[in-house]
Design a protein around this ligand. Structure first.
Ligand code: KG4
Ligand code: ZN
Length: 336
């Protein structure tokens, strides 16, 4: 079974062809992050214009690279949310149009669930397991009972972790997306600033990164300083601050994950899990627990994870979604 996946939730236009939920025949991604770099975050209208320009050529490229014709495709899968509503509409309308033109079924996929599936795609499935999705829009700790069956343990009550990385990067004068820049800076520093991520009284598994980001602001620019105030730290001290921010965030993730043990394995998903320091911190903290990280290209937004997960969804319920399926900017995770 061949699935063509489409991903347009944010600033990446992705199209991929995946066989039987596992074998990636092509995985094309066109990012518009270059145009967002100057704004410190994604500019939705500009992201949408890029999706419109990029989507049809990317579909053609993905088919060509996979050496597959439209007749050979069995299913079209598209990210239906959560994400930017305009961007989602573009992908969803393309999927519906292809479904009509090629006479193939199509289904909508939850983007966050797909991030988690990326780690399971070519890994053993050791369930029950824990999952951690850490991206620009989402921070989720959950229990995985099976592909498609989850229990949400915790989420962020304010900023997503990737968003916190992007905001801290912007404070340090670094371009969007900030995660890789913070990681590079942190590598040159020592975590000697006493920073801490927030605890959430109502639920020990929930996350809060907004206070941590404000602590970085005050450490960098002085107590109660505004974002526009000049930095008071030397370049070396800024590296130490980046390292301290990372250390505070990662030790918080490790602590909250440890509260949910025992488990058979831990699966990671989302752009922040590209971070090498995060990977080695978890490996050191849980030496006996099988940890599954997606390969780098599958951590960030991509369509292979959409096509891969769609295979399982369609096998479980082999019917097309209705043509009036609407995109959802927000989807509570239990409504996958
Ligand atoms: O999963 P993703 O591509 O998109 C969303 O669904 O949001 O994640 C993008 C996020 C951005 O916030 C970016 O700064 C962060 O992932 N990111 C990283 C790294 N690479 C990307 N954060 C920390 N360290 C990295 N190496
Ligand atoms: Zn994503």
């Amino acid at each position: 079974m061949l699935v063509l996946g489409i991903e347009t939730t944010c600033d990446e236009t992705g199209v991929s062809i995946v066989e039987k939920g596992q074998r990636i025949l092509s995985n094309k991604v066109h990012s518009s992050s270059d145009i967002h770099a100057q704004y410190g975050g994604v500019f939705p209208e500009l992201a949408c214009r890029r999706h419109i320009d990029a989507l049809i050529p990317t579909i053609e490229e993905a088919l060509k690279e996979a050496k597959v014709t439209p007749e050979q495709i069995d299913l079209i899968a598209v990210a239906k949310g959560p994400g930017l509503i305009g961007a989602l509409l573009i992908g969803l309308n393309a999927a519906k149009s292809l479904s009509i033109a090629w006479n193939k079924p199509f289904i909508g996929i939850n983007h966050v669930e797909a991030h988690l599936y990326a780690a399971m795609m070519n890994a053993p499935r050791l369930f029950p397991a824990l999952g951690l999705v850490l991206s620009g829009g989402h921070t989720l700790l959950l229990k995985i009972l099976d592909v498609g069956r989850y229990e949400r343990l915790g989420t962020t009550v304010d900023d997503a972790l990737g968003e916190a990385f992007d905001k801290v990067a912007s404070l340090l004068g670094l371009p969007y997306p900030g995660g890789p820049h913070i990681e590079a800076l942190a590598r040159l520093g020592t975590p000697r600033f006493p920073l801490k991520a927030g605890a959430v009284k109502q639920n020990p598994f929930d996350f809060s990164f907004s206070g941590l980001k404000t602590s970085v602001l005050y450490a960098l620019k002085g107590p109660n300083a505004t974002k526009k105030a000049p930095s008071l730290l030397t370049p070396e001290e800024q590296c130490d601050l980046a390292a301290s921010f990372q250390e505070a965030a990662f030790s918080d993730l490790i602590h909250k994950t440890s509260l949910a043990l025992p488990t058979r394995a831990l699966y990671f998903g989302g752009g922040v899990t590209c971070n090498e320091t995060l990977r080695s911190r978890f490996q050191t903290a849980f030496p006996d627990l099988p940890l599954f990280f997606p390969e780098r290209a599958l951590c960030v937004d991509n369509a292979a994870m959409i096509a891969g997960l769609a295979y399982h969804k369609f096998c479980a319920s082999p019917k097309s979604d209705p043509l009036d399926l609407i995109p959802l900017a927000k989807i509570p995770f239990y409504e996958v």
